[in-house]
Ligand binder design. Sequence first.
Ligand code: APR
Length: 257
Amino acid sequence: MYRDASPTPLDPALVDAVRSARNVVVFTGAGMSAESGVPTFRDAQTGLWERFSPEQLASPDGWEHDRGLVWAWYQWRTGLVRRVQPNAGHRALAAWARDTELTILTQNVDDLHERAGSTVAAHLHGSLLAPRCSTCAAPFPSDGGLDVEPSGPIPPPTCPVCGGDVRPGAVWFGEALPSEAWDRADRAAAACDLMLVVGTSAVVYPAAALPLRALDSGATVVEINPQSTDLSAAVQYSWRTTAAVGLPALVDAVQRR
Ligand code: APR
């Protein structure tokens, strides 16, 4: 059932499908925030993983090996996210939700959906803004991160409750997703009649299973991504455009009568 709407024109059949949907889920990944200036993880030239190894920076082993390096890196990302703004894609989703039942599920650890005015039903990979103690899990206030890229490790703060090291609030490779967020996301994916999948390479599980869950449940799945992904061949519509260009155009077309 693969229908490629490439290169960029908006397929009228896609607009009709979105317009007739009653229960829409939007599932976002790093590409959603790329045009705000937050680098994605796996893009060839700008991906953060080109400069750092994920094992060093986003895994329990990396944390045990060098807590200061991991803390410094997340502080840098927190500062970067604080300095950027939601893009036209984030804003289009927030505007659309004013007259449509929309559930946003994100893998992103930034708060750009919220700053655009959206409610996010599930932050599947945690949040940069929610550090917690690595020993007792007590929440620790985010200080907004760094203004400049650190030149070396920064010791993590000490938990005022138990004296343990405070860790970033992101979910690392090999860790379980927050169970409530996962349950909400899984239920939403199974119940929707249309899912927009925006800016994810769809390779990191279990989150990447959500579009498949929606397909299995009979939903129409629409991918918005400038590049093809493992998901492209499985979905009904794969639109080669970016989040900040495609989403405003789609929402505008859907709302036009
Ligand atoms: N608009 C839409 N999509 C874009 C844009 C854009 N402007 N720019 C890039 N993309 C697409 C890329 O083509 C790619 O498919 O966004 C995707 C980004 O993929 P990844 O970097 O792999 O990000 P993501 O899928 O969110 O990664 C999943 O992996 O490292 C972990 O926890 C991290 O949440 C992250 C997870």
